[in-house]
Design a protein around this ligand. Structure first.
Ligand code: NAD
Ligand code: SAH
Length: 429
């Protein structure tokens, strides 16, 4: 009998439809399943995943189980968990699910339950599993070979541990694989953040002034889509190189202090904290809309907005209206949590197909070679037969394979170098 902790098993039929729809639009993962199913490369491996519990993730979890793993799946944000998907996933053999939508207080407990199965491999999104395994629950790392981290902020957290020499096991940096951040962070976030804002507000973007904080992979994707929909886009940055790029891409670049006065919609995508604070709330236009696309709910200082506001009410589903002492109202979407996942279905299936194919191949690589890679040209060091704890780039063959399969799935063919061209590029003549 399944030990899953989910909201309601009777929700499974609608979850099944969502997973089936997503699976039909994930051709790379389907190809990998075809290739690896006969080999069962994950047999004997227990895997714990902490990734947004929605349809595309469910299909990844299903694929891990289909390749032989025992999987314990939990979410990485209580607001992005979809209870019907969790119910459908809990029906899959060799999968246990620990995820309930909106259960902020239960969130860590569910992660701990999943980890209590002592995984060989983890898939983390944001670093919450790693954090537990480094502190109170290090006993659950007893069989751990290592794992994979999905997102930018999780990588920052891992590198901070590695720099202090406190990281206890090796992790693959999935975020920085070419086929991840160039597509997922940029095009995925660009589209799904707009999707979340449109679904919740049902307002027009054209003609509005939109402020995007952060012009990294995510922010530049969001700005591009806003511009395409007819917004006047203002970018705020702290990095001179990124600010210059935003300027040359045609956006107005200024400080948040100034942008706060001009914006109708604000979207933070920095991975930083306190990007929009009380002084900004005070200078914003009446009716300004606030949304966050970054990892944590600290980019907009929601805690001080709540303290400072004189009234708070629901304006629409997933939108809170805050009355300020100056008589103005501000609208906050999805509690300042990632708007694309808390107020929509996250990135499109075709995008998650690429990110999760990188994940699947990296997990297979860990199971087969641990972190060694014979074609890796960096400095993997093998130490007493064990890979030293560090944050490792995904081996290039994985990126190349996913890119090739992505092109094939779109019936795109490309040129290849002739011998003479190859020689010319290598030798310079
Ligand atoms: P990135 O490092 O490429 O870009 C972040 C940018 O923000 C940088 O250019 C940095 O200079 C800038 N920045 C930092 N502090 C700032 C501040 N105080 N004011 C203005 N700009 C500032 O990172 P990324 O890949 O774009 O990710 C950004 C965040 O989004 C991370 O937290 C990441 O985990 C998250 N993320 C979210 C999704 C999603 O689905 N919503 C997808 C991928 C990543
Ligand atoms: N734990 C964080 C999660 C960071 S979200 C939190 O507090 O919510 C950023 C990551 O979500 C991205 O790297 C992206 O790969 C992933 N993501 C976006 N859309 C997704 C989807 N539809 N399903 C699963 N993961 C998704």
């Amino acid at each position: 009998m399944s030990q899953s902790i989910i909201k309601d098993p009777s929700l499974a039929p609608s979850g099944r439809l969502k997973i089936e729809w997503a699976s039909k639009h994930m051709p790379i993962l389907n190809q990998l399943l075809k290739e690896y199913s006969p080999l069962q490369p994950l047999t004997g491996h227990t895997i714990v995943t902490s990734v947004h519990m929605e349809a595309k993730t469910a299909y990844l979890v299903q694929a891990l189980a289909a390749l032989g793993a025992e999987v314990h799946a939990t979410g990485c944000n209580p607001l992005s968990t979809q209870d019907d998907v969790a119910a459908a996933l809990a029906e899959i053999p060799n999968v246990t699910v620990y995820a309930i939508h909106g259960q902020n207080d239960l969130y860590s407990e569910l992660l701990i339950k999943a980890l209590s199965h002592c995984p060989h491999i983890i898939i983390d999104d944001g670093g919450d599993l790693v954090e537990l395994l480094h502190n109170k629950y290090s006993k659950y790392a007893c069989k751990l070979i290592g794992g994979c981290e999905e997102t930018t902020t999780g990588i920052h957290r891992l590198k901070a541990l590695a720099n202090k020499k406190a990281l206890k096991f090796p992790m693959f940096n999935i975020n920085d694989a070419e086929c991840k951040h160039n597509y997922d962070n940029h095009y995925g976030t660009g589209q799904s953040v707009i999707d979340g804002i449109l679904r919740t507000t049902n307002l027009i973007i054209a003609g509005k002034t939109a402020v995007v904080a952060g012009y990294g992979d995510c922010g530049s994707g969001i700005a591009k889509r806003l511009k395409g929909l007819g917004a006047k886009v203002i970018v705020t940055e702290v990095d001179p190189i990124k600010a210059l790029k935003a300027n040359m891409d045609g956006y107005t670049v200024t400080k948040m202090d100034q942008a706060a006065r001009e914006g109708d919609i604000f979207i933070t995508a920095t991975g930083c904290k306190n990007v929009i604070t009380k002084k900004h709330f005070n200078s914003m236009k009446n009716g300004a809309i606030l949304a966050n696309a970054g990892h944590f709910d600290v980019e907009i200082d929601v805690a001080s907005l709540r303290k400072y506001a004189v009234s708070r009410s629901e304006a629409r589903h997933n939108i809170e209206k805050y009355g300020l002492p100056n008589g103005n109202y501000l609208y906050l979407i999805a509690d300042g949590r990632l708007v694309n996942l808390a107020a929509a279905d996250g990135h499109a299936a075709e995008i998650m197909d690429m990110s999760f194919s990188i994940q699947l191949l990296s997990v297979i690589h860990i199971a087969k070679h641990h972190f060694m890679a014979k074609d890796y040209d960096g400095d993997f060091q093998i130490w007493h037969g064990k890979t030293p704890p560090n944050v490792y780039p995904v081996p290039k063959y994985i990126d190349d394979k996913v890119a090739k399969l992505a092109l094939e799935s779109q019936n795109i063919t490309i040129d290849s170098l002739t011998k003479a061209q190859h020689k010319y590029l290598e030798n310079g003549f």
